[in-house]
Structure formats: structure tokens, C-alpha cells
Design a binder for this molecule. Sequence first.
Ligand code: FAD
Length: 388
Amino acid sequence: MKTRILIIGGGFVGLRTAQLLSRQCNGYEVMLVDKKREFLFTPWLVDAFAGEMKLENVTVEFPELAKQDGFTFLQAEALYVNRNTKAVHVSRNGAEEDVPYDLLVLSHGARTCYYDIPGAQELSYPLKNPKDAERAQNAILDVLARASKASGAERERLLSMAVVGAGPTGIESVFAIKQFINHQQKAGKIDAELKPRFHLIQGAPQILPGFPDSVVRHANTELDRQGIQTLTGEAVTKVEPGVIHTVSGKTIPASFILWSAGIEPCPIDIRPPVVMERGGYPAVDNYFRIDPSIFCAGDVSGFRMKGAPVPKTAQTAMQMAPVLAGNILRTLAGKKLKPFRAGQKGVVITLGDTGVISLKHALTIKTKLAVPLRNAFYLLRFKQMTRR
Ligand SMILES: Cc1cc2nc3c(=O)[nH]c(=O)nc-3n(C[C@H](O)[C@H](O)[C@H](O)COP(=O)(O)OP(=O)(O)OC[C@H]3O[C@@H](n4cnc5c(N)ncnc54)[C@H](O)[C@@H]3O)c2cc1C
């Protein structure tokens, strides 16, 4: 049997690693396992949610990519890793089986975290995939249809919406909701007279934690300019139908709630257990290794640089993939591995039809060009990964 490199999770790091390895791995089998059938280009999900592009254009089917790039694809959900037998136990088509590996890559990403806040999961909408986006769009349309028939306090209540979490995705999402509603109003699908109000609720003392002050300032200015009420230092403690409660005792009416307040690793048990970083992310060395035959990278990894976790972004995941693929090849060749060093070249945060560009944290500008520049950059990335 050929030496098998098994990759669990076909996101930015897993898919890219599979592609790079299958180009160079003569004599090895590269197998990618994902519970979904398609690769999701998440940076465009917010744009698609806003109605700026079609939802079906943000995904590409894995079987097509596997055929084009020469790796094997298996649609299955990984349940646990057995390090003793070197196999991943998966569930597929209602049955369970073991998939053996010689080298394993865990790159199964992160999911929305609700921190056990009562009502948060049941009464809010996440935005992690096209189905989430569609459900959230339908919920907004439903609420606004009811608002147009209501009057007085009930109408006001229905017109109040909230995004919980003011990291980059939360910020981009609150503007995306506004854009979506504008598009629907222009298309005559909802009452053009309706004037919804938006709240952005953040537990941390400021929006965009970890971002340069200049980016935070520009984002705050745009939030103010667009009439989005921002509450910082107000961790959500409870969600009830139509109401968000915060730590200081505030209550915020919200007929629609988008939850973007944090992530946690997607669960796959590792047996026997390995050392975990805070939050349940597997600890790895500088080469992404959990043990000599298991690598872990991307959002699910506890990779740290200078003692701090690296940003959990597609940008970081894309930087990780070539180093990870190289280290797998070096492992197979018995060569010395190379450490990974994350380096952020810049950030772009879109704020509706404008945005902030920050280069190397030195130069920051707010410009309408941010949107086309970001789209051009992501188009290159998308083409690189999908050859479309
Ligand atoms: C709405 C949204 C917008 C974003 N926008 C940006 C942006 O503009 N720029 C940016 O840099 N980052 C952005 N991000 C963050 C970015 O998407 C992630 O950091 C990136 O996708 C991480 O890549 P990954 O390969 O680690 O994991 P993912 O891309 O999450 O991929 C993980 C894969 O593992 C699969 N999987 C999970 N569990 C299992 C299992 N048990 N068995 C089998 N398969 C499994 C999943 O189906 C998925 O395909 C955004 C995220 C979201 C949600």
C-alpha cells in the first residue's frame, strides 16, 4: 500500500496543503476528508450575504478539485483519531469506519462559540456557511415583512437588529445586513419606508481587538456615520426572544441577532489525549506537529508565536499551507523541518461600500477603493485555489 497522507478538513489550510502535496508527492497517496462536499471561500461569504454576489459562487465542489489536482476526496465526518492504531474513525453514509494514515494533518477549522450564554445559540443566527447566510437573509426578510404590517412599539421593536461580536467578521456583517436590506428595498421586495436600526455589541473594551488603533478609529467613525449604535465592554449574558441582556444590566431590543462573538475548535477527539492550549486547541511545535506523525494547522491549531496565538484568519491559514506541505515532504524524506513564522502584510476591513486598508500596521487609509482592491486580491486567491 502507498504511504498515505490523510488530511482532515478541506478549508484554506487543508485544501491548499492537499493541492501542494499532490503536485509533489510522487509515490504517496494524498487523501482529503471533509464532512461537506464543497470548499467554502469564507471571505466572500459576507459579500454574498450582503447580496453583492451569488451565494453559489463562494463554494467549489471538492470532487472537481480532487480530480483537477490529483488527490483523493472522501466526504465523511471525522469523529476521533486513534494515535495507537494510526487511524481516523469517520462516519460516512450512516456507517462508521477507520481510515488509516501514515501522516495525518488536522485542519478541521473552528466553529461558532456561544460560551454557554443562555438563549444565544437558539435565538441568534451564525454566519459560517452559505446555508447560514440564506437562513439569516430569510429571517431578516420575515422580520421586515412583519414590521411593515405592524405599528407603534411593535413596529419599532421589529426594526431593531443586532450583531453580537465586533471582530472583523462582526463588523463586516453589520454593514452587510444594511447592504442586504438596501438591495431588497431597491428591488421592491420590502417596504422602502422601513428604517431599521442596528446595534453592534462587543464584550471587549474596544471593537476589532488586536487591530491597529488607526483601523479601529476609522471603523468607529464609519459605524457612527452610518448610525450603527456600538456598545463596547458589554458582554452578553442572556438572550431572550427579541431582547439581548448585557453584563451591566442593559437590555437591547433585537428582532434579528447575528452571532459573531467568537470561535472554538471543531470537535474531533484525539486518543490518547494530547496537550491542549487554552480554549481546547491542540498544542503544536514550531513545525505544526502534535506528535511525530500528526500535524495540526489553521484555525483549529494552538500554534503560538512568541508565546501568543497567531491570528485565526484565512490569511494565516494560506501562509501555513506551504510550510506545512514542505514539512510533510521533509518528514517523508527524513530531513530537518522548517519552523513557521506568521507575518501579517496588511489588513482590509470592508465597511459596506467603503473600507479600511492598513499596510504593515504603518499606513492606514479609509477608501472606497478598499472593496475592489480586496475583491481583486481575493479573486487571485480564489483562482489560485480553484483554478476558476
Ligand atoms: C463569515 C466569515 C468571513 C471571514 N472572512 C475572512 C476574511 O475576509 N479574511 C480572512 O483572512 N479570514 C476570514 N475569515 C476567517 C477564515 O475563514 C478562517 O480563518 C479560515 O477559513 C481558516 O481556515 P482553516 O483551513 O483552518 O479552516 P476552515 O476554512 O474553517 O476549514 C475547515 C474545514 O474542516 C471541515 N471539518 C470540520 N470538522 C470536520 C470533521 N469532524 N470531519 C471532517 N471535516 C471537518 C469543515 O467542513 C471545513 O471545510 C472569515 C470567517 C468567516 C466565518
